[in-house]
Design a protein around this ligand. Sequence first.
Ligand SMILES: CC(=O)CC(=O)SCCNC(=O)CCNC(=O)[C@H](O)C(C)(C)COP(=O)(O)OP(=O)(O)OC[C@H]1O[C@@H](n2cnc3c(N)ncnc32)[C@H](O)[C@@H]1OP(=O)(O)O
Ligand SMILES: NC(=O)C1=CN([C@@H]2O[C@H](COP(=O)(O)OP(=O)(O)OC[C@H]3O[C@@H](n4cnc5c(N)ncnc54)[C@H](O)[C@@H]3O)[C@@H](O)[C@H]2O)C=CC1
Length: 310
Amino acid sequence: MAFATSALVRSLSTSASRQAAIKHVTVIGGGLMGTGITQVAAQSGHNVTMCDVSDDIVQKGLARIQDSLKRVVKKKYKDDPTAGQKFFDSTMENIRIDTNVERVAASTDLVIEAIIENLDIKQKLFSSLDKVAPQHTIFASNTSSLPIKDIASTCERQDRFGGLHFFNPVPVMKLVEVVRFGATSNETFQSLTDFGQAVGKTTVSCKDTPGFIVNRLLVPYMMEAVRMLERGDASAKDIDVAMKLGAGYPMGPFELTDYVGIDTCKFIMDGWHELDPDQPLFKPSELVNKLVAEGKLGMKSGEGFYSYKK
Ligand SMILES: CC(=O)CC(=O)SCCNC(=O)CCNC(=O)[C@H](O)C(C)(C)COP(=O)(O)OP(=O)(O)OC[C@H]1O[C@@H](n2cnc3c(N)ncnc32)[C@H](O)[C@@H]1OP(=O)(O)O
Ligand SMILES: NC(=O)C1=CN([C@@H]2O[C@H](COP(=O)(O)OP(=O)(O)OC[C@H]3O[C@@H](n4cnc5c(N)ncnc54)[C@H](O)[C@@H]3O)[C@@H](O)[C@H]2O)C=CC1
């Protein structure tokens, strides 16, 4: 009994100290994913600073968060607008914006990186943060496809590094993949899992394999749809209708590729193709390359497989 009690106390205090540990979160990248992650972390009471490369981008990101938060409030507090306004205000009060990542990271508990899907740029960012962040700070990447081990390779804090992979749109999608590689400590993995749950998501545990669970299945499916279009087997519209009505997917593969960002899908496939050139599922697509070269990146640029221009 004495053992059970002390074990209980220990487990409670460990979990309390873990929760107490992650109070301030730094989200780097104020694009599609960074804004969503900032929002859910702030909604759940964390102090969050969202960083990007320019004032203009962080301001736009903040406006996107406000729009999305209004949708959440409308749904969650439809019978109590006063409580809704209070929730809106307190969430926004939890958010700061900045363009100096080193300054922010010097006093943070958790860094979540959500910048462009490029290994070199991510490594450079983490390498500079590793020099200024406190000892206890955990680093996590929201990468869709890059090995966490490679992103972490320029850092000393290998044991305090993992993956936190959110899904788009973050305020709506209920999953977070928590990724560990060989050096990730049990404490770090547990803290990242606790954080994922604290922001209201269901977590699954993933090894550091290409695409983790969801993207390893989802991205090749999206690219197979592009190849089907390239062969002239069916139109984008018909493929989308078919997958929505025939397979029950909320979006067809072209709608989803436009939603995720055609550039992001290209970065993912190019990286995997380099790792495994013989895998036909990872073959680059001429159509995707052409759209990206033309700046047609999907919804975020106003045009992709479909046009979103008003
Ligand atoms: C690439 C990677 O690494 C990983 C990835 O993220 S892969 C992509 C994963 N994401 C998906 O597969 C998304 C698939 N699509 C969907 O689930 C749905 O189409 C969708 C949730 C995006 C939109 O749903 P919809 O029913 O078509 O549209 P809509 O009615 O506008 O939205 C549904 C609800 O979500 C809410 N919502 C949608 N987007 C939102 C946002 N950005 N912020 C807040 N709320 C949002 C809406 O307010 C709406 O709420 P109500 O039910 O109260 O009306
Ligand atoms: N788009 C999606 O559906 C999903 C994307 N991801 C991953 O999340 C990450 C971000 O993707 P998105 O938000 O879609 O991209 P995005 O293009 O919308 O936003 C990226 C942001 O990062 C900023 N940025 C680039 N370099 C920076 C730096 N050195 N410091 C600070 N900010 C910098 C850019 O200015 C831009 O605002 C990528 O790794 C992507 O693979 C993960 C899940 C889903």
